[in-house]
Design a protein around this ligand. Structure first.
Ligand code: MHO
Length: 218
């Protein structure tokens, strides 16, 4: 049996975005080359200990660990601008606000410039806020790798625990591929490097084919 690649110890940086329902962004970024791990949660607000049914002033966000040698913060921002569930111009409830939560001065500068460029390109005001990353509260287990969790036999076959739902590399990848996200040639490579059994590989490829080109959304 091949060994499943749950853990990768590549040096990484963090990126945190609010883009609408976090099930979608979890799938999107999980299948992006250079993304090592993802987890969804609540951030951006001040109220203590938010939970899904009581978010206070927090927003649904995705937290990404990425290898900056493979994917840049600018690349991640491209995906950010182009994949908002509720668009970038409408003011909507705090839960789904468009947010870039920066982790350092570099990300702040890059995000602020990117926002200006995007406004210029789209020729309209955007509601996106660029704010410092504060406390990140991980969402409940059932929200993590939500798409993958719809396939219970697969979660079992992968040996997913609550912790691995937030840290596993292979879980992040499959959570995207299952809904048809990511490039076909990357899926072909990942089938080998992630250590998938033949049965899992066939299953994921079939779902990828069925769902590719479809909508990401919730
Ligand atoms: N439309 C979804 C949104 C889920 S979400 C994590 C629902 O109402 O269940 O915001």
């Amino acid at each position: 049996m091949p060994t499943l690649i749950h853990e990768v110890d590549t040096p990484y940086r963090k990126a945190t975005f609010g883009m609408g329902c976090f099930w979608a962004s979890d799938a999107l970024f999980g299948a992006t080359p250079g993304v090592l791990r993802t987890r969804v949660g609540y951030s951006g607000g001040t109220s203590l200990d938010p939970v899904y049914r009581n978010l206070g002033d927090h927003t649904e966000v995705i937290e990404i660990d990425y290898d900056p040698k493979v994917v840049s913060f600018e690349d991640l921002l491209e995906l950010f601008w182009n994949n908002h569930e509720y668009g970038l111009t409408a003011r909507i409830k705090k839960q789904y606000t468009s947010l870039i939560l920066y982790h350092d001065e570099d990300q702040k500068r890059i995000a602020e410039i990117a926002l200006k460029k995007e406004i210029y390109k789209r020729k309209e005001e955007l509601v996106t806020e660029v704010i410092p990353a504060g406390i990140f509260y991980p969402a409940e287990d059932y929200h993590q790798k939500y798409r993958l969790q719809q396939h219970s036999w697969l979660c079992e076959a992968l040996g997913l625990t609550p912790e691995l739902l937030q840290t596993s590399h292979v879980a992040a990848r499959l959570n995207g591929y299952l809904v048809g996200v990511g490039a076909e040639e990357n899926l072909a490579k990942d089938v080998v490097t992630l250590g998938l059994s033949e049965k899992i590989a066939e299953y994921v490829k079939r779902h990828y084919e069925q769902n590719k080109g479809g909508s990401l959304y919730c």
